[in-house]
Structure formats: C-alpha cells, structure tokens
Design a protein around this ligand. Structure first.
Ligand code: NDP
Ligand code: 2IT
Length: 446
C-alpha cells in the first residue's frame, strides 16, 4: 500500500509517464516503502523530493545507424537516461536487447539510483542501451554498432559526468569497442569513462565476477542470520550470462549445489551439478546456447523455457531479466521448501511473487541490495583509474565481500528500526531513499 500522503505524487508519475509499466512498477515498490520516512521528515514533502526523485535529470534518445555484413543499412534506437546525480556522476550499465525501450531504461535508471546509494560509493544513477539484438551478429557487426552508438553517446559522458558499463548484451567485448571509439573521437585516454574494461586496458580484476559473487555473499549473509549456510543446499539459477555464471561459481565455492540454469530457449537440469568449465566454454568462449551444454553432459536434460522455478531447491536466484518469476512460480518454490531468494537480475520477481515470499517468511533479497556488487566493483574500478593503480584479485574481492556484508547489515537494521524485521525490501528502499533524499535537500533546488 502507498501511504495516502504519497498518493498524489504517485498518480502524477503514472499520468506523466503513460504506458511505461516497468517504470511504474519500480516506482511503486519504492513509494510503498518510504511512507514512514516522509511522515517523520516533513521537509522532504516541502522540498517535493518524491516528485523530483521520480523525474530523470536528463533523457537522451538517439538514432544509431550502422551497416550489417551484407552492406544493408540498419537503424536502431539508442537511449541514455541520466536519472539522478545527487551522490556522484551518473553511473549504470548499457543494455543491448530488442526489448529495450524508454520505459525499460527509466525503470533501470530509477532502480540504479537507489542501488548505487546503497553501496555507499560516490555514484549517481543512470541506465542506457539500444533495441539492438546482438544475437547472431558477427564481431564486425557488433563493432560497427558500438562505434555508431558511441559516436552520439560520447558527447554526454565523461569520468566526472556519466560512466556507463555493461548489462544484458554488453560485456567486455562491447565495452572495448565503445571505449576505442570514445578514445578516438575525444583524443583522450580517459579510463574512468567506462567500467567493465579489459584488465589490460584499465579494467578492475573481479569486475567480471562481481555481480554474481556479490549475490552469493548476500545470500550467505541472509542465511547466516537464520543460523543456516549455503553449504549443502540445492540451488537453481536462471539465466546463463555474466551474472548467472559467477553466481553459480561462488555458490559452488561456498559448498552449494546448483542443479539448473537457463537461457531464453530452455532450461538445463543437471542433477550432478552445473559444470562451470563446460558452462563457461559454451556461453563465454563459444557464445552458444544452453541446449549445446547437453552434448557435453549426458545426464543433463533440457526443459521448456520458463519452467525453471518448478525444480525443487532451497535457494533460488533469478539472474536473467525483469518479471521472470511470477506469483505462481513463487507459490511453487515455497511449496518446494525454498529458504532464500535473491534477485540477481533487476526486478525479476513480480510484485505478487515478492509479496508471496515475504508472507511465507522466505529470506528475500531485492535486486538493489543483492546485485549491487557489480556496480560497487565498478566504483572500485573508477577509484583505480583515478589513481592509475591496479589492485590484486584477492584485495578487490575482499573489498567486495565487505561491501556486500555492509549492505546486508544496513538493510537488516533499517528493517528492524522501521518495525519490519527481516523485510529487506523495506530495508533497502528506506536506507537508499534516505541517502539520496538527504543529499538532494543539502544540494538545494536542482
Ligand atoms: P547477459 O547478457 O550476460 O545474460 C543475460 C541472460 O539472461 C542470458 O542467459 C539471457 O538468455 C537471459 N535473458 C535475457 N533476457 C531474457 C528474456 N527476455 N527472457 C529469458 N531470458 C533472458 O546479461 P547479465 O548477466 O549481465 O544480466 C542479467 C541480469 O542481471 C539483468 O537483469 C541485468 O540488468 C542484471 N544485472 C547485471 C549486472 C552486471 O554487472 N552485468 C549488475 C546487476 C544486475 P538469452 O541469451 O537467451 O537472451
Ligand atoms: O544493473 C547494474 O547494476 C549493472 N548493470 C552494472 C552497472 C555498472 O555501472 O557497473
């Protein structure tokens, strides 16, 4: 329920942003949590903080023309939504996926603002991308697309202005082409303008692993509070991209047993545990499909897309995309005895699913807390770039683990303080909202 004092502001968001269902969903979740903060701090209403926080500072939409390998001209639409720079330069990933539109980018930028605040690092929130589908495209086509995309984007970004990174469809290869074009156009070797770079050219060790590792650390913290550990638990991870692969890696390191993962074509169930080396070979090295994994693992089976939450498990990690786990999936997981669910993707659980988990007393880690390890390590990459330094894997991973433990503790304590013990959704939204709102007041009317 949204507090009645916030209803008018909420109605205004719906009116001003018609048809943007995902953006409405993300705003609603935050507004449902922050009523008690507004009640305690009348200056936030006076300063119209809710209204300002829901309106992006700047929204960019641009044409991205490029030529495919057959010489045919292709046109895509590029986006960058610079949502909030109260806490630092705009920061957030770029998504290349045919489903990308302004509403999706706004939901992601809004979410990113609060996630980044939770990390405690000096970074504002943004998101961008294009409705470009990288599937089946050659390296040359990807390069031409990235060069065209950056030919417009470069004028809006910079190490002190806006610092993009990867997201769905954007990994080290794409960041390389984007960085190369930025460097060429600006005639500046400005490492801190993008994160998720290759280690040879300014990238931070652990950034590749960071989101997935961070999720496992967050689950470990949630279970520890309940006197449990990951060791020996059966786990299911949706997706098989960057986030999923390294969540699986760390869950295995911590003694858990991941038996399934997926892509948009199907679900692989491997009762002896997902073989990480095979998974990385198929998905990272060869850029093939989960169905190709089966050839290497005779006991693994392929199931229908979307069926992953029917597999019994104690830990469930949705790591593919928004709204991939609905109320019925949640009911099935609960019936099968799930103990902990953490959102590796941004907003993968629908509001009905979140409600079901909270009602059933499942430890539920919302994305803005559970998957914040990626952007936190991006901020560590920015630190290294600013000082022209590079840290070891061990040191960087220790920093990541400490950041995740801190985020967990903050969310846990805030939920207790506001009378909702164990509710990390309340904890994450209130903690991050207070940080952004307090700073916005301090910076005056901007
Ligand atoms: P990748 O592109 O590396 O992998 C995405 C995975 O999700 C693929 O397996 C893909 O399958 C699957 N997927 C994507 N869209 C859909 C869809 N519409 N339906 C079914 N499956 C889908 O992306 P990431 O691993 O980087 O991102 C995954 C999620 O994690 C996203 O929600 C992203 O916003 C979030 N995230 C990412 C961070 C990062 O550092 N990369 C940080 C924090 C959150 P297929 O190949 O079939 O499309
Ligand atoms: O959703 C996310 O947090 C990301 N895609 C990572 C953003 C970043 O700037 O590292």
């Amino acid at each position: 329920m949204i507090d009645e004092k916030l209803e008018a502001a909420h109605a205004e968001v719906l009116r001003r942003n018609p048809g943007e269902a995902e953006f409405h969903q993300a705003v609603r979740e935050v507004l449902e949590c922050v009523g008690p903060v507004i009640a305690k701090r009348p200056e936030l209403a006076r300063e119209k903080i809710i209204q300002r926080i829901c309106e992006p500072e700047r929204q960019l939409i641009f044409r991205v023309p490029w030529q495919d390998d057959r010489g045919e001209v292709q046109i895509n639409r590029g986006f960058r939504v610079e949502f909030n720079s109260a806490l630092g330069p705009f920061k957030g990933g770029l998504r290349f996926h045919p489903s990308v539109n302004l509403g999706i980018v706004k939901f992601l930028g809004f979410e990113q603002t609060f996630k980044n605040a939770l990390t405690g690092m000096p970074i504002g929130g943004a998101k961008g991308g294009a409705d470009f589908d990288p599937k089946g495209r050659s390296d040359d086509e990807i390069m031409r697309f990235c060069q065209s995309f950056m030919t417009e984007l470069y004028r809006h970004i910079g190490e002190h202005t806006d610092v993009p990174a990867g997201d769905i469809g954007v990994g080290t290869r794409e960041i390389g082409f984007l960085f190369g074009q930025y460097k060429r156009i600006t005639n500046r070797y400005e490492s801190g303008v993008l994160t998720g770079k290759g280690v040879a050219w300014g990238g931070a060790l652990v950034r590749t692993e960071a989101t997935g590792y961070g999720i496992a650390y967050f689950v470990d913290e949630m279970l520890r509070v309940r006197g449990e550990t990951i060791a020996g638990k059966t786990c299911v991870v949706s997706g098989s991209g960057n986030v999923a692969i390294y969540a699986i890696d760390k869950i295995h390191q911590l003694g858990g047993h991941v038996v399934a993962c997926s892509d948009s074509d199907g679900v692989v169930f491997d009762p002896y545990g997902i073989d990480l080396a095979v998974l990385r070979q198929v998905k990272e090295a060869e850029r093939r499909r989960m169905s190709d994994y089966i050839a290497y693992r005779p006991r693994a089976t392929l199931r229908a897309p979307g069926s992953i939450w029917q597999i019994p498990c104690q830990i469930a990690l949705p790591c593919a995309t928004q709204n991939e786990l609905d109320g019925r999936d949640a009911a099935m997981l609960i019936e099968n005895g799930v103990l902990a669910v953490a959102e590796g993707a941004n907003m993968p659980a629908t509001p009905e699913a979140v409600r079901a988990f909270l009602t059933a007393g499942v430890a539920f880690g919302p994305g803005k807390a559970a998957n914040a390890g990626g952007v936190a390590t991006s901020a560590l990459e920015m630190q290294q770039n600013a000082s022209r330094d590079s840290w070891t894997f061990e040191y960087t991973e220790k920093r990541l683990a400490a950041i995740m433990a801190k985020i967990h503790a903050l969310c846990f304590e805030t939920a207790e303080r506001f009378g909702s013990p164990g509710n990390y959704v309340m904890g994450a939204n209130i903690t991050s909202f207070e940080r952004v709102a307090t700073t916005m007041v301090a910076l005056g009317l901007t």
